[in-house]
Write a protein that binds this ligand. Structure first.
Ligand SMILES: CC(=O)N[C@H]1[C@@H](OP(=O)(O)OP(=O)(O)OC[C@H]2O[C@@H](n3ccc(=O)[nH]c3=O)[C@H](O)[C@@H]2O)O[C@H](CO)[C@@H](O)[C@@H]1O
Ligand SMILES: C=C(OP(=O)(O)O)C(=O)O
Length: 435
C-alpha cells in the first residue's frame, strides 16, 4: 500500500495542466475494438485504470503501439476471443469499472461479449442492468453466473430498436451505443447520458463511419452500418481534475492557473464553485483562481435558505466532484448541504475530516451539512486512508491546507485517476512525498 506524506499549510503558485480525461479514455479505448483498422488516440492519461485497460486490450490481441507521451495507436485486426474465457481475464476484467465497455463492441463485432463483475470505486451499489437491458433489446442472449459473478451476452446479429433507458447511465449508454453502431437498422436510445465524454465518443464513432445523430442530447438515433474504419482522436482535459484543482487553490489560498480547460465542456462546474464564493476567472481557455486571502463566502439561495449542492446526470453537476466541494466548504464562510444522490457510500469519508476538526454533520448516507470555519481554525494534520479516488483527493486537499504533517495511505486509489499527482503538485510548491 503506497503512502503520501504531506506537509500542509503552504501556499501554492503557478500553472497546472489538466491530464486527458480518465472517464473519456475508458470509453474511447473500448471503441478501438469496433474496427480492424488503426485508431490513433492522443492525450491519453498515464493513470492506473487506463493502463490496466490498455493491457487488457493487448491481452485480447489488440496491437498497441506507444507513439509518444499520451499517444498510442491500436489495431484490433487479430482479436483473440479465447482470452475472454481464461482465468486471467476474470482477474483483469475485475480490475476497473471501465472494462465493462468492452462488452458492447465485442458483441457487435464478434457476436459475444463477456465480463466479470467490474471493479471501480466502492461507493455503493453499481448495477449493470441498464447495460444488459439495452443489449438484450438489441437482440442479445444474456447469461450470468452468480457464483463467478460473470456476465455474458451473445447474438448472431444485433437488430436496431427503440429503447428508453431506465436511468441515464454513462457507461451503460456508451456500451449500448457501441453495440448499436454495428446493428442492423435504426436504434433510438432515449434517456441517454449526454456528458461531453459521450459526445466525444459519438464524434469519434461518426468519424469511423458510424451514423449517430442527436449527439449531445438525451436521444441518440443510430443507423447501423456494416463496418467501421480507423480514425484519430484526442481526449478532452479531465473536468474532474480541473474541479479538483479549483478546490485545491481555494482551500490553500493559492493563486493557480489551470491551463487549456476546454471551458465549453465544463457545464456547471465553474458556477458551482462560484456558489461557494470562489472566484473562477476565465482567461482565454484557462481558469485563473486568484489567492483567496480573505477566504470565500457561500451564497444562500435567493430566499435566504441554506445552499444545497447536489449531483444529477449531465448537464447536472457531476457526482465525482461532490467530495471536493464538501472539503472546500469546510473552510468557507457559511453553511451548505451536500446531497450525493447517485451513490450511497460516498460521503462516509467525512469522518476523517471531522477528525481533522471540520464541522460536518452526516445527516444520512446521502447528505452532509458543512459549517465552514472561515479559516478561523485550520484543519489538523492526521493519518488517514484513501477510501475512493475522489475522497482520496479531497483528503489530500485537506492535508495540504492543514497545519502539520499528514499521511494518506492506500494512495493507489488516487493513482487510479490522477497522473503523477505528487510530482505535479510539487511543481506548484506542494510539500508532498511518496513513501
Ligand atoms: C468509468 C466511468 O465513466 N465512471 C463514471 C460513470 O460511472 P457509471 O457509468 O458506472 O455510472 P452510472 O451513470 O451508471 O450511474 C452512477 C450511479 O448513479 C445512479 N443513477 C444514474 C443515472 C440516473 O439517472 N440516476 C441514478 O440514480 C446509478 O444507479 C448509479 O448508482 O458515471 C458516474 C456518474 O456520472 C461517475 O460517477 C463515474 O465516475
Ligand atoms: C467513480 C469514479 O470512477 P469509477 O467509475 O472508475 O469507479 C470516478 O472517477 O470518480
Amino acid at each position: 500500500m503506497g503512502t503520501f506524506k504531506i506537509e500542509g499549510g503552504h501556499r501554492l503558485k503557478g500553472k497546472i495542466q489538466p491530464q486527458g480525461a480518465k472517464n473519456e479514455a475508458l470509453q474511447i479505448l473500448c471503441a478501438v475494438l469496433l474496427t480492424p483498422e488503426t485508431v490513433t488516440i492522443n492525450n491519453i492519461p498515464d493513470i492506473v485504470d487506463v493502463n490496466k485497460l490498455i493491457s487488457l486490450l493487448q491481452k485480447l490481441g489488440v496491437k498497441v503501439n506507444k507513439l509518444g507521451k499520451g499517444s498510442y495507436s491500436f489495431q484490433a485486426d487479430e482479436v483473440d476471443l479465447n482470452y475472454l474465457e481464461s482465468d486471467q481475464f476474470k482477474i483483469d476484467g475485475r480490475g476497473l469499472r471501465g472494462s465493462i465497455m468492452i462488452v458492447g463492441p465485442l458483441l457487435a463485432r464478434f457476436g459475444k461479449g463477456y465480463i466479470p463483475k467490474p471493479g471501480g470505486d466502492k461507493i455503493g451499489r453499481r448495477r449493470l442492468d441498464t447495460h444488459f437491458d439495452g443489449l438484450i433489446k438489441l437482440g442479445a442472449k444474456f447469461g450470468y453466473s452468480k457464483e463467478e459473478q460473470f456476465y455474458g451476452v451473445e447474438a448472431d446479429k444485433l437488430k436496431g430498436t427503440y429503447m428508453l433507458l431506465e436511468e441515464a447511465s454513462v457507461t451503460g449508454t456508451a456500451n449500448i451505443l457501441m453495440a448499436a453502431v454495428l446493428a442492423e437498422g435504426q436504434t433510438t436510445i432515449y434517456n441517454a447520458a449526454c456528458e461531453p465524454y459521450l459526445q466525444q465518443l459519438c464524434k469519434m464513432l461518426n468519424r469511423m463511419g458510424a451514423k449517430i445523430s442527436g449527439v449531445g442530447s438525451n436521444m441518440l438515433i443510430i443507423d447501423g452500418v456494416d463496418s467501421l474504419g480507423g480514425t484519430e482522436h484526442r481526449m478532452l482535459p479531465d473536468m474532474i481534475e480541473i474541479g479538483s484543482w479549483i478546490g485545491l487553490a481555494a482551500m490553500t489560498k493559492s493563486e493557480l492557473t489551470i491551463t487549456n480547460v476546454s471551458w465549453n465542456d465544463l457545464g456547471l462546474i465553474p458556477e458551482t464553485f462560484r456558489k461557494l464564493g470562489i472566484t473562477v476567472e476565465k482567461q482565454g481557455d484557462d481558469i485563473h483562481i486568484p489567492a483567496h486571502t480573505d477566504g470565500y463566502e457561500i451564497q444562500n439561495f435567493i430566499d435566504g435558505s441554506i445552499l444545497t449542492i447536489s449531483d444529477a446526470p449531465w448537464p447536472g453537476f457531476t457526482p465525482d466532484l461532490l467530495s471536493i466541494i464538501l472539503v472546500v466548504a469546510t473552510q468557507a464562510r457559511g453553511s451548505v448541504l451536500i446531497h450525493q444522490k447517485m451513490f450511497e457510500s460516498r460521503l462516509f469519508f467525512v469522518d476523517k475530516l471531522i477528525d481533522m476538526g471540520a464541522k460536518i454533520i452526516l445527516c444520512d448516507p446521502h447528505r452532509a451539512t458543512v459549517i465552514g470555519h472561515d479559516f478561523q481554525s485550520t484543519l489538523k494534520a492526521t493519518t488517514m486512508t484513501s477510501p475512493d479516488i475522489r475522497a482520496g483527493v479531497s483528503l489530500l486537499i485537506a492535508a495540504l491546507s492543514a497545519k502539520g504533517t499528514s499521511t494518506i495511505q492506500n494512495i493507489e486509489q488516487i493513482d487510479r485517476g490522477y497522473e503523477n499527482i505528487d510530482e505535479r503538485l510539487r511543481a506548484i510548491g506542494a510539500k508532498i512525498e511518496r513513501i
